[in-house]
Ligand binder design. Structure first.
Ligand code: PLP
Length: 393
């Protein structure tokens, strides 16, 4: 059977399997100690005070917006070059996602354009910068804007567990934001099957997220509203709980968290190998003017989630579809990250989106994601490089 080289893939070793089997055999499958243990491990890794894990980062994004009080009448700014989940989360809260074009070099929100977008939208309450490909946005500039205009920041770090901001601080430390969220979908830095986590240094946000994750039911030391119902004489009623706000079942299982925690132990190894492969790609393409790897200036601080090249398909006189199909015939799966969210029919139907996102559209026309994952061998990578060169030359 012909081998297939995918664009991204998780890596599972015996430690991961043992960690999961241990939960299956000896521990609670859900609402046990593995969730908190994984939360503590991630909080410590990124240097944040608190962490809350949930069923997916999409669920996390929904809760993050709610925790900031985002509601009907509010607007939230994000990038067109992201996965639809980022802006969908704003719509879940009946608020309005507003888009600001990317910078051509970082492929992230452009602080200068962002200030213009803020000025054009008086209802803006928050910004969701997306650390595309594992490269942090210019968070110093974005947080200065947030302070100037009194806005919240939720960092979408689905691609960026293990990445650093330009000042060397870890993405997730929330040095420049109210919250940061990660995804543990199998193509991400570490896998938990599905799963997400939010880090924050704000105790009130932390407590709100814990409640929203589990139906809006009070937790730990939350004060009861009906104090008289919570006690018989002076003794606490053991069955008593209160739902004080509308929440969800966005919980993650202990099985997933055991896997996530075991994977976290390997994160540095994963990122180092990705960096090694990225350097090999960079070297292989360095003399070819028709293949332009993106974000080359940020190799030292990136988590290397994806390896994307820009190709002027018009100039090489082959369409991207042709190139992708030729590679597919050779057993190589490539991808496109992303179709601008603003071009999706659902968003195009939101009649207020009238702006042309020039850089995002141009980027979309040219981008191609090549295979990059921990277990990609030198030999397979050389095969990808040679096939791509062959197809393009
Ligand atoms: C930028 C971005 N934001 C949000 C998400 C949603 O994360 P999840 O799949 O954990 O719900 C993803 C996942 O692909 C993503 O890439």
């Amino acid at each position: 059977m012909k081998k297939t080289i995918t664009y991204g893939k998780h890596f599972i070793d015996q430690d991961d399997i043992d960690a999961v089997v241990d939960v299956l055999k000896h521990k609670n499958l859900t609402q046990g100690g593995e969730v908190e243990s994984f939360e503590n491990a991630v909080a410590e890794f990124v240097g944040a005070k608190y962490a809350v894990a949930m069923s997916s980062w999409t669920a996390g994004l929904h809760m993050a917006n709610l925790a900031l009080g985002i509601k009907k009448g509010d607007s939230v700014i994000t990038s067109p070059i992201t996965f639809v989940a980022t802006s969908n989360s704003v719509i879940y809260c009946n608020a309005k996602p507003v888009f600001s074009d990317i910078d051509n070099i970082t492929i992230n929100l452009c602080p200068k354009k962002l200030e213009q977008t803020i000025n054009d939208n008086p209802d803006v309450k928050a910004i969701i910068p997306v650390h595309y490909g594992g490269v942090s946005c210019d968070m110093e500039s974005i947080s200065q804007l947030a302070k100037k205009y009194n806005l919240f920041i939720i960092e979408d770090a689905a691609h960026a567990l293990g990445a650093r901001h330009s000042d060397g601080s870890m993405v997730g430390s929330c040095k420049f934001s109210d919250m940061t969220g990660f995804s543990f979908h199998p193509v991400k830095s570490i896998a938990a099957g599905e799963g997400g986590m939010i880090t924050t240094n704000n105790y009130d946000i932390y407590k709100t997220l814990l409640r929203l994750r589990s139906h809006g039911i009070n937790k730990l030391d939350d004060a009861f509203i009906n104090k008289e119902l919570s006690k018989t004489k002076e003794t606490s009623n053991p069955w008593y709980y209160e739902m004080q706000e509308l929440g969800f079942n966005y919980r993650i299982t202990d099985i997933q968290c055991a896997l996530g925690k075991s994977q976290l132990n390997k994160l540095d190894t994963f990122i180092n190998k990705r960096k090694y492969l990225v350097d090999r790609y960079d070297k292989a393409f360095s003399n070819l003017n028709f293949i332009n790897p993106i974000q080359k200036e940020f190799r030292a601080v990136s988590s290397h989630h994806i390896y994307v090249v820009r190709i002027n398909f018009e100039k090489i006189k082959k369409s991207r579809a042709e190139v992708m199909n030729l590679l597919k015939n050779a057993g190589i799966i490539t991808q496109v990250h992303y179709i601008p969210v603003t071009s999706q029919p659902y968003y195009a139907n939101l009649k207020y989106i009238t702006e042309e996102y020039k850089n995002s559209l141009e980027y979309y026309k040219e981008c191609l994601t090549l295979p990059l994952y921990f277990s990609l061998t030198d030999e397979d990578q050389d095969y990808v490089i040679n096939q791509l060169k062959g197809v393009l030359e």
